[in-house]
Design a binder for this molecule. Structure first.
Ligand SMILES: NC(=O)c1ccc[n+]([C@@H]2O[C@H](COP(=O)([O-])OP(=O)(O)OC[C@H]3O[C@@H](n4cnc5c(N)ncnc54)[C@H](OP(=O)(O)O)[C@@H]3O)[C@@H](O)[C@H]2O)c1
Length: 298
């Protein structure tokens, strides 16, 4: 069946430069071919696009459009973790490849392609040596950022590749880094780096759409500080039974205090993705970063 696509463009009253676009599409055209290019254009600051898609295409759009648009001039921060049914993000020996299936891995690469920068904690770099590039989907590589307050970053870490992509190290004091790496100094508070201060420092560098990709301690710190706009939890049908858990926040006494984000569910192959919309700041109980880390197995 031939692909049918009708596009209408019209100028809005409020902003005659903004275009409102309706796309009525055949469901036979893959989302990757039809919707993904629109999302990449949106992330690149293209026209305001308000498509009307068939159901499956619309779900794909709804999942990624908030990341592609961000919050205009304000920072937009999304956290992600892949975990087992019992909430583990790795084995007891630190192996996390691959809890999630290929569809979820493509999802993670799509998120990378839509943001300005991807952030990981130094624990993830030491354990996994990730490249943090976009592979398997169309899109440009984001800037790469590691939070490394104690100078543990191996000089041959793959995320430090001198490939023309900006690389940043968030640290609490001056430390020598390779010439092509930009240190971002965030003064520590109680020995920790405040996620709000990290986001402010990165925003000042023009990095406003941020993906906090792991590990569990780093994502949990951003969540506890109320600094996540969205959280993607990708649950694989697997029980690991031991090893570090994902989200870990300070204890609460009553379920009234639990976070209850507005959540959409998506199927990614055999995995289930929970797309959680959080209000920033999140009403998380005040805690010291030490208390938070005590609750994270590693
Ligand atoms: N399943 C998944 O989605 C996924 C994703 C990523 C990683 N992983 C797995 O998770 C494990 C690593 O995670 P992890 O939780 O141990 O480590 P992590 O979150 O990658 O890194 C934590 C470390 O980063 C530094 N850090 C992060 N935020 C900071 C802040 N606000 N202030 C000061 N320091 C900060 C600290 O370094 P210092 O210790 O030097 O103080 C902290 O101990 C590995 O096994 C990896 O395979 C799983």
């Amino acid at each position: 069946m031939p692909v049918r696509q009708i596009t209408t463009l019209r100028r809005t009253k409020s902003n005659n430069r903004a275009l409102e676009r309706s796309v009525i599409s055949s469901t036979h055209r893959p989302v990757e071919a039809l919707v993904w290019p629109q999302l990449l254009a949106l992330a690149a600051g293209g026209d305001i696009v308000r498509p009307v898609y068939a159901e499956a295409h619309q779900a794909f759009w709804n999942l990624y459009a908030p990341v592609a648009t961000g919050h205009g001039g304000d920072a937009f921060v999304i956290g992600q973790l892949g975990q087992s049914l019992d909430g583990r993000v790795a084995t007891a020996t630190g192996r996390s490849h691959y809890i999630n299936g290929p569809e979820s891995i493509r999802h993670l690469h799509r998120l990378r392609a839509l943001v300005d920068a991807v952030i990981v904690g130094i624990g993830t770099v030491v354990a996994d040596d990730p490249r943090l590039t976009v592979r398997g989907v169309d899109g440009r590589d984001p800037a790469r950022i590691v939070i490394d307050p104690n100078g543990r970053l191996p000089p041959d870490a793959r995320m430090l590749a001198d490939d023309g992509c900006p690389v940043f190290v968030v640290q609490g004091c001056d430390r020598p880094r390779p010439a092509w790496v930009t240190p971002v100094v965030v003064p520590p508070r109680d020995g920790r780096l405040d996620p709000a201060a990290i986001i402010a420092a990165l925003s000042a560098l023009g990095l406003r759409r941020l993906l906090v990709e792991g590990g569990a301690a780093t994502v949990s710190r951003f969540l506890a500080a109320g600094m996540l706009n969205r959280l993607h939890l990708c649950v694989a049908p697997m029980v690991i039974g031991s090893g570090p858990i994902g989200i870990s926040l300070p204890p609460i006494d009553h379920l009234d205090s639990a976070l209850r984000p507005h959540t959409q569910v998506h199927h990614l192959g055999r995995d289930i993705l929970f797309d959680c919309e959080l209000q920033r700041p999140v009403a998380a109980p005040a805690c010291s970063q030490d208390a938070l880390l005590d609750g994270v197995e590693s």
